[in-house]
Design a protein around this ligand. Structure first.
Ligand code: NAD
Ligand code: UD1
Length: 331
């Protein structure tokens, strides 16, 4: 199939482009490079040893997106493009609502215009809010604590309503848990701008000596050791989950958790990182981070049952691959 990958130069998008190319699909990337670099396109082609087509465009512009559909027969879209920094979304809510929601509506409209019926959307486990773990797709969604989370919940609702009104439409809403790690080549991975907000990139930068020590946000949660529990998933497993979702897409709206189903505490992750890479990660315990929940992990059985997909890579490989990328990466 010819797949339009919006946000394909980003962290999850780039790994998914490689998985799509390896599965025999053709890839057109649309990305405005607001949180990624042009060199990623070359790296994707190098790793997969295949060509991709690249459009440097903003996908919230219908005119720009139309040009792609005028030039190519698009069979399906994977829509990753979006802003994703939770803290920034609280400071600049309009940027987040505009970018993330308008882009979803523009793509849905262009799909209608050109008769494209397959769409896979990047959602997030954040839409479950503070539900009881493990999170199951059938749970009622709870309010999230920030505009970023709301853009995901609203986009899910928009796509669901469109699919209900158009029976030929096939939509997959993928709720990611915590993607970490990097491609095994060490050539691509997560390279956040500035000081990382997320745990794994923070840990790798402490290990490299770029940051002095990890600050663990709270050790008084009702969890195994008091630190926050999350479902970390290797980004390559996540990428493969997208190929499975796309290839098994049928009419209607389908929601899938993409996680491992296993919760890991912050201290367990630090220990695994130290063990996998034989390197020490100094840390201190500080106050809880506002907006954090104690535990978040998936019931991952629906994706296994319906897509035949399950995460294969363990925590040690996530830690090894994340560290390998950090060591090679030069700003
Ligand atoms: P990323 O920032 O690395 O990738 C997003 C890409 O989209 C970037 O290359 C950026 O330049 C591009 N982009 C943003 N707005 C655009 C626009 N209007 N037009 C064109 N390109 C645009 O982020 P990621 O981690 O790869 O996340 C991909 C998607 O998955 C996002 O929608 C994100 O919200 C969602 N998600 C990510 C996580 C995570 O932990 N990384 C978790 C859950 C959901
Ligand atoms: C964050 C986002 C969430 C997004 C998810 C996916 C927030 C509040 N939430 O969630 O919306 O969907 O990323 O990537 O930003 N931790 C530390 N020290 C650090 C960093 C993190 O102790 O320096 C802890 C956190 O308290 C948490 C765990 O590590 O318990 C994971 O944190 P993080 O990687 O930021 O992910 P989430 O909080 O799950």
């Amino acid at each position: 199939m010819n797949i339009l990958v919006t946000g394909g130069a980003g962290y999850i998008g780039s790994h998914t482009c490689i998985a799509l190319l390896e599965a025999g699909h053709s890839v057109i990337i649309a990305d405005n490079l607001c949180n990624s670099k042009r060199e990623m396109i070359g790296k994707i082609m190098d790793i997969a040893d295949k060509e991709v087509t690249f459009y440097e465009i903003d996908v919230s512009s219908a005119e720009a997106v139309n040009i792609i559909f005028e030039n190519y027969k698009v069979d399906g879209i994977i829509h990753f493009a979006g802003l994703k920094a939770v803290g920034e979304s609280v400071e600049k809510p309009l940027n987040y609502y505009y970018n993330n929601i308008v882009s979803t509506m523009v793509l849905a409209k262009v799909c209608q215009k050109y008769g494209v019926n397959r769409l896979v959307f990047s959602s997030s486990a954040t839409v479950y809010g503070n539900n009881k773990v493990p999170f199951v797709e059938t749970m009622d969604l709870l309010p999230t604590t920030n505009p970023y989370g709301e853009t995901k919940a609203i986009s899910e609702r928009i796509l669901t309503d469109i699919a209900i009104a158009n029976p030929a439409y096939s939509v997959s809403l993928l709720r990611y848990f915590n993607p970490v790690g990097a491609h095994e080549s060490g050539l691509i991975g997560e390279a956040p701008n500035g000081i990382p907000n997320n745990l794994m990139p923070y840990v790798t930068q402490v290990a490299k000596g770029k940051l002095e020590k990890l600050r663990i946000f709270g050790n008084d949660y009702p969890t195994v050791d008091g630190t926050g529990v999350r479902d970390y998933i290797h980004v390559v497993d996540l990428a493969e989950g997208h190929v499975a979702a796309l290839e098994n897409l049928t009419e209607g709206v389908h929601v899938y958790n993409l996680g491992t189903g296993k919760g890991t505490s912050v201290l367990e992750l630090v220990k695994a990182f130290e063990e996998a890479n034989a390197i020490e990660v100094p840390y201190e315990i500080v106050d809880r981070r506002p907006g954090d929940i104690a535990s978040c992990y998936a019931d991952a059985s629906k994706a296994k049952r319906e897509l035949g997909w399950t995460a294969k890579r363990d925590l040690l490989s996530m830690c090894r691959d994340a560290w390998q990328f950090e060591k090679k990466y030069k700003e």
